[in-house]
Ligand binder design. Structure first.
Ligand code: RIB
Ligand code: CA
Length: 311
């Protein structure tokens, strides 16, 4: 039985790799791709989502534009990481496939209502604005979501955009608070694990050796966006944050974590968007998330490289 998923995304080179991995994997049925403002403004994230679908040969994919700013805060973007276009690195043609007319939030609500309860997984790869807006507008869908597998947050790794907060959660902490309090089954890929999925020179060479336009584009994307993490952390390569979400759907045993309580800071300016993860169980707060801590990186890259070669 194919897993039915909706990918909610703010491409973003790492989002692009996550989407390509999903489109290359027959185990997954991507019902639609919903764009949200995040790494770059919405008019670019929706365009980039279509660019990536065309790179994968999927002009048939339904791509929707969603919220163009966080629920209660001004938009913060990350061109310093992803470049002005959000997909800097490869030179890719402008998309010619259509953007869907429906708003992404309406698509999420209607899809969850029209599919059997518990049959659709949501895969947010950016700020959680679209997801939280759908939950507020249609509270009935919370019981219909099979689970949410998201990239966001950090505990041991602390913040990548502020000293305390990871980008996706920091951009829209109120949306994250709604999602983390929704009662929906959550699987969280924080920086603690995504910083272990590094595109080393050897792994990048393996992408390039595939030789296809999609694989070469991935090599060029990761060559570009590694700069931020190399400069800040001395990383051995670009961290493939968002592809951890797709890889979990395909091979959950690549990951290890704990089912713990995670709550979101939404008031302090100092720690806004921090994921307060009770990793050591020092509170009596109820566990609400499978929070990942480790990854079989060689296994992850073997899976990713094999699947990219199928595009
Ligand atoms: O902090 C990393 C996350 O922020 C990733 O999803 C990346 O694409 C950006 O959205
Ligand atoms: Ca992202």
């Amino acid at each position: 039985m194919r897993q039915k998923i909706i990918i909610d995304t703010d491409p973003g080179q790492d989002d692009a790799v996550a989407i390509l991995l999903a489109l290359a994997s027959p185990e997954l049925e991507v019902l639609g791709i919903t764009a949200v403002a995040g790494n770059v403004p919405l008019h670019l994230t929706e365009k980039n989502a279509r660019v990536i679908c065309e790179l994968a040969g999927r002009r048939d994919m339904a791509v929707f534009a969603g919220c163009d700013r966080p629920m209660n805060r001004p938009l913060v973007t990350a061109e310093h990481v992803h470049g002005k276009t959000g997909l800097d690195g490869p030179v890719l043609p402008d998309p010619t496939m259509a953007l869907q007319d429906r708003h992404a939030v309406d698509f999420i609500i209607e899809t969850l209502r029209s599919h059997p309860a518990g049959s659709v997984t949501l895969c947010p790869l950016g700020p959680l604005t679209n997801i939280a807006t759908a939950l507020l507008r249609a509270p009935d869908i919370a019981a219909r979501v099979q689970r949410i597998v998201l990239m966001g947050g950090a505990y041991f790794e602390v913040g990548n955009i502020t000293p305390a907060a990871e980008f996706n959660i920091h951009v829209d902490p109120h949306a994250a608070d709604i999602v983390f309090k929704s009662g929906i089954s959550l699987v969280v890929m924080p920086l603690d694990v995504t910083h272990k999925a590094l595109v080393t020179a050897e792994r990048n060479a393996a992408f390039r050796a595939i030789g296809s336009p999609a694989a070469i584009a991935v090599a060029q994307m990761t060559d570009f966006f590694e700069r931020f993490d190399k400069a800040k952390y001395g990383s051995a390569g670009a961290p493939l944050h968002d592809p951890c979400v797709t890889a979990f759907l395909l091979a959950p045993d690549l990951f290890t974590g704990r089912h713990i309580n995670v709550e979101i800071e939404t008031t302090s300016d100092l720690t806004m968007g921090m994921t307060v993860a009770d990793w050591w169980g020092v509170t009596d707060r109820a566990p609400n998330a499978l929070f990942m801590g480790d990854l079989d990186a060689p296994g992850f890259f073997t899976l990713l490289t094999e699947r990219l070669a199928r595009l």
